[in-house]
Design a protein around this ligand. Sequence first.
Ligand SMILES: [Ca+2]
Ligand SMILES: [Ca+2]
Length: 367
Amino acid sequence: MLCSGLSSTLLLGAAYFLLTSGFSRAQLSLPSNVTAISTGRVITFNVISVLQLSCGSGVMIVQSVLYRCADKEICSRLHDLDVIKKSCDLKEVCEINTNMVRTCDPSVCTYLDITFNCFPAIHSVTCEGSQAKLQCGEGQVIVVYWANYGRRDNTTCPDGNTAQLQNVTCLSPGSPEYVTNRCNWQNSCTVEAKSSVFGDPCVGTYKYLEVVYDCQESEATSSPPPTTVTEAGSSKTCPPGWTWFGGRCFIFNSSMKIWTDAESSCETLGGHLASFHNTAEYTFIRKLIYTAAGSYTAAWVGGNDRETETVWMWSDGSKFNFRNWARGQPDNYGGGEDCMMINFRGQDHVSDAGCQRTYSFVCVRDP
Ligand SMILES: [Ca+2]
Ligand SMILES: [Ca+2]
């Protein structure tokens, strides 16, 4: 296809983009508050068969792929941009086999010109069956930007037989949330790169776990984490005032309400009283309260055994697996404590309390 056929090229490219955008464009991105530290550019002749893009320390996001032509015209190929982004985005180093991209016309368009931005982050790769270890320096904590258990090129973790390396669009959409919940705000953490953890997104493919994360000074964790993150297939944002964590949005409300009125308030805002399913979420909720109120104010959350005594549930309908009650709790004191509160007397303390008491509360909703 000649460069003069640019408009039809773009149309074809656009159609291809619509078909594939669910994978490559939306998913492989960083939170909007992470800014590029440098830019890179590789210009090559078509005759070179392999070219390398590198960010040194940091991960790349490919910005443009152009063919520079002898007559100075430029072909912009959305399809090739898509292919290269799919393979390179969020990596520190990326090798492109130029037969991956289709030239406009070798006799006319002789240069391939790729530009990319580099962002401060660490790209960790762990082959299937091994254990990923994320580690930050002393006084630092992990902030997870992106993760995928699957495969998106056929050169990483090449130990499988050839047939097991062919599927390069293998994604498990739950990976970012799982790794975030497990590792965020920790100094180090381990994650098993196994299908028993993530599910098997592509049976018969030899997979690997990629995690893109940054290390931040632990003092910085008192400021809210980024409110915009990218999850499977789309970029999701919390409404103003809400804070994102682990794929959900949270907000603290300081007004004192009985439990059912607090739940109603949260429902009015499109959510429920907050639930938590691991230590990271519980710790985050306490931090959210501290940031908003200036102290660990006692607050209602969504746990309750109002329906059946000792059968605890979350008001948002999620699975109740919480066990880490304060010592001696829940005690259903006086025969009438069916609602869950945290921060009793400002302490790291989860207990049951009478639902007619009034406390501040924390709501949760989907982005
Ligand atoms: Ca009870
Ligand atoms: Ca109690």
